[in-house]
Design a protein around this ligand. Structure first.
Ligand SMILES: Nc1ncnc2c1ncn2[C@@H]1O[C@H](COP(=O)(O)OP(=O)(O)OP(=O)(O)O)[C@@H](O)[C@H]1O
Length: 462
């Protein structure tokens, strides 16, 4: 504490205060110091200390850096990097009605994905991603902050807590009382991306019922038309109501159709890190294709243009079978084909979305694929019990982080809690391999919890 002098109070959260502090040395560096009232119970104290360790292990250019933590006068202090650009919510509000440029949106979004990927790679769930928890430095770099606050340091009222989230950013599965998973973070990131694109929250509502229905049905107003198709497509995927259909952050960065837009904002090292999966045709592959085409006549190539040309030529020559009139690809590699293939990636040439082109689905696979693609919708009303609880709370609090008490007995270790040892030991290395999005919904809260019950108690207490 003696190393810092307090400059001013930046804000007050549910856990305590956020202070701007200056290090007393020659550099006079500014930091944010979070002052958290420590609970009296020993377990609560242990939890908060352990979780400070978790924060300290998140070292990444796009995560607010942890500097120090100590205890004094019944408070836990966490010292972290000061992001002088403020949070994204403030930044969005400053825009009034002027939309951000596509370049700025993609740059910021890429950076928040990199930060979140780092968290997920450590098998930790952020659980409170929202524009208010994403910060900007004076150089314009985006940093994910307050991560772990939801599962670690969210409130001094009770430290043995589980997490509900910020209602406006909460994914359908959470409303459905299902466990939080890495794709729930992706949903919240989708909300932030949408806010950056439109300056509005995707799910606007006048009542809790309407909010929950919109979220659970994944209904939102489309993005403005000037944004590229890939961005519309990405939002659509991030708002898939079934978490298994949502891309993981890894996929978004490496092999989603929208990755192309993000790659421009990745340094070569970062591209390497995300394991860019986009493959380009090798020259030899292209030559083989060109050679193959060279041996094929246009007549058999079945292109309309080819057939027309041949038909026309037949009429002119009045000869029904004149081989000379047939147009052939020149034998040898075709520069145009090679040029096109060289610039195209395999994904864009071969991954036509069968959901959008049902005519392309064929055979036994199609039934299975179709079944998998049946859009799951919340076709029932939100649970009466949940609504009756929420009716007592005001919707304007929907942007606040909600936490609920958890019985000490039902507290089970969460993925992020495993870092208390000397080093996290991962025995199942296959879990770190790039996976399909479906398989990628593979880490979640280990103890699904009846939070509605707890929420009920909490609302009644107020
Ligand atoms: N690292 C940081 N750099 C700059 N400003 C920060 C930083 N961390 C927090 N702030 C600012 O401090 C204020 C308090 O934030 P804090 O996260 O402590 O609480 P909150 O987000 O307002 O509430 P809660 O966490 O309870 O939802 C906010 O205005 C936030 O933008």
């Amino acid at each position: 504490m003696d190393q810092y002098s307090l400059v001013r109070v930046i804000g007050e959260g549910s856990f305590g205060r956020a202070l701007l502090a200056q290090q007393i040395n020659e550099e006079k560096q500014n930091y944010v110091m979070k002052e958290i009232r420590l609970p009296k119970a020993e377990t609560g104290m242990r939890n908060s200390r352990r979780e400070a360790v978790l924060l300290s292990r998140m070292k990444h250019a796009n995560i607010v850096a942890f500097k120090d933590s100590f205890e004094a006068d019944g408070h836990l202090y966490i010292v972290m990097e000061f992001c002088s650009g403020g949070d994204l919510l403030q930044r969005i509000r400053q825009q009034k009605d002027v939309l951000f440029s596509e370049d700025v949106i993609l740059k910021w979004f890429t950076q928040m994905c990199l930060g979140t990927k780092h968290i997920h790679d450590k098998r930790v769930l952020h659980r409170d991603l929202k524009s208010k928890n994403i910060f900007l430095t004076d150089s314009g770099t985006v940093k994910v902050g307050d991560f772990g606050s939801a599962c670690t340091l969210n409130s001094a009222k009770a430290f043995a807590q589980t997490y509900v989230g910020t209602p406006y950013y909460v994914s359908p599965e959470i409303w459905d009382n299902k466990p939080y998973n890495n794709k729930s973070d992706v949903w919240s990131l989708g909300c932030v991306l949408y806010e950056l694109c439109t300056l509005h929250h995707p799910f606007q509502a006048r009542s809790w019922k309407s909010l929950i229905l919109k979220v659970c049905r994944g209904t939102y107003a489309p993005l403005p038309g000037h944004f590229p198709y890939e961005l519309h497509y990405l939002i659509k995927h991030m708002f898939k109501t079934n978490p298994r259909d949502r891309p993981s952050v890894h996929t978004i960065l490496s092999s989603h159709r929208a990755s192309r837009l993000l790659h421009k904002h990745l340094t070569p090292e970062k591209k390497e890190l995300v394991g860019e999966r986009t493959r380009h045709w090798r020259k030899e592959e292209g030559e083989k294709v060109a050679m193959f085409l060279g041996q094929k006549s246009l007549l058999t190539s079945s292109t309309t243009e080819g057939a027309l040309q041949v038909g026309q030529s037949r009429m002119e020559n009045n000869s029904s079978d004149d081989p000379a009139s047939r147009k052939r690809w020149a034998v040898g590699s075709c520069n145009t084909v090679l040029g096109v293939l060289g610039n195209a990636d395999i994904i864009s040439t071969g991954s036509m979305d069968t959901a959008e082109r049902p005519d392309l689905i064929s055979g036994a696979e199609s039934v299975e694929t179709q079944q998998r693609r049946v859009r799951k919708q919340w076709d029932k009303d939100p649970p009466e019990r949940l609504l009756s609880v929420l009716e007592k709370a005001q919707l304007c609090y929907g942007f606040e982080t909600y936490t609920i008490n958890r019985d000490a007995g039902s507290l089970s270790p969460e993925p992020g809690d495993k870092v208390d040892g000397p080093e996290e030991t991962i025995t199942d290395f296959s879990r770190l391999e790039p996976r399909s999005d479906d398989e990628d919904t593979d880490f979640e809260e280990e103890c699904p919890y009846d939070w509605i019950n707890e929420l009920e108690k909490m609302v009644e207490e107020h």
